[in-house]
Design a protein. Sequence first.
Length: 180
Amino acid sequence: MPTTDVALRFESPRLYLVPHEPEDWMAMHRLATDPAMMVYISGGLPFEPERTQTFVNRQIPHLAEHGFSRWKVLLRETGEYVGLCGAEYKLLDGERVPEIGWWIAREHWGKGLASEAAERAFQHLWTVIGLPRLVSCAFPENAPSIRIMRKLGLQFEKFFDEPSIDGSELYNLVLYSINR
């Protein structure tokens, strides 16, 4: 188990949600270059190593400033890095909002781990942090993630266009939200 501040760790029956550390970029990069995973994140475009490092490194000050981030998700039984889950402030359709999201390694799909992690993260964000608004977005064909959004109580808000990571095209996304 990492030696991170215990107040920032969360447990669920099968998972630990723990703050990222700089060296975690390598474990995350395995997910960020999996074509099946990235279909739902970037339209299939893999992250370059620098983009993955930037993503992980951004979580550390975000957590310090806001009390939440996209935590790494570890299996309790083995300590294996299986994904990430949590929220960070993002600019989506012109609005700076806390967006909750989850990535779970493909070999763990269909086991309910994304739901379990999302429920635990949501509980912290909504009840402890007390965010006034929380959003989540996905490609409209990403039915598993949309089911999780609904399970958390988020409601459909709108469709919107977002540039691809390389800026070459616009992706149509769906936005779900919950407000106090």
